[in-house]
Design a protein. Sequence first.
Length: 361
Amino acid sequence: MNECYYDKRMDFFYNRTKADTADEWTGPQLIGVLCFGTFFCLFIFISNSLVIAAVVKNKRFHFPFYYLLANLAAADFFAGIAYVFLMFNTGPVSKTLTVNRWFLRQGLLDTSLTASLVNLLVIAVERHMSIMRMKIHSNLTKKRVTFLIISIWAIAIFMGAVPTLGWNCLCDITVCSSLAPIYSRSYLVFWSVLNLVVFFIMVVVYIRIYMYVQRKTNVLSSHTSGSISRRRTPVKLMKTVMTVLGAFVVCWTPGLVVLLLDGLNCTDCGIQNVKRWFLLLALLNSVMNPIIYSYKDDEMWATMKRMLCCSSEDRSQERRSSRIPSTVLCRSTDISGHYIEDGIIQGTICGKGDLGDKGNS
């Protein structure tokens, strides 16, 4: 029967796996990383709080897509909390941690990153459902959206707790990984492969959305004179898709590949030298999400700016813009209805996907 090491401190596991890079987090390097991390955490807290407040305050955002967007902001806010906890429990402190405290540190990170990733996947599926049915909003009711949000957090908490529940190497230290000294290498392989598969699914979903919109737009253009806005629709959608996917690839893929290499016990890959930077890069996704999903939305940006500046001029501008009929820019010229409905045009031209519609989904 194997001996278990629940009562050991982390220095026992770090020394055994030769993961001695924790000692390098000292002096100017540690101060620089802490300052860098503090700035990002403040931005994460402020920006994502504004996104959540904007969705709650603006009734035009009371639709499934924006509820999921607010939940994504909540997941990123939680990621900021997890990173603050990490900053106070890293460097030389890492080796002094108990097993339970180290599990808590990593569990918070795993939970926050899983919540963000699963939420991004759900948003992609929601957009796919809406556009394929040529509607601005999906048919998700508030109860279904609430169930999805609860499910997202349940999955995230479960994934963050899996190593604590038993998938670790405390009773078999021969299978301990190098980057996470009390995580089993098999768990790291599972974790990295699962996330890469989810990423692939997201790519497929967004590619289908783009191809569908482009095909429908081309059909519409061949039967109408074709406005400039409509001809630009595929280009606008492609820019959004490339921004989303590009941010995810840059922020997540390097870290996932490193975890996979560690899980496969690659001793000559130099993963210890890059692990901290890839962790920071992955956390940058929580900084970029508010920019990608919110600040590029004119209505969202205007709402957050009003909350920050309390500008009466912005309020009057919103009232004037809300009186503009959506048919000015989005009137369908396909009278027979065989080519494409107003929903797909509104969803991709007007309001960047979901603005300007006040109907219930």
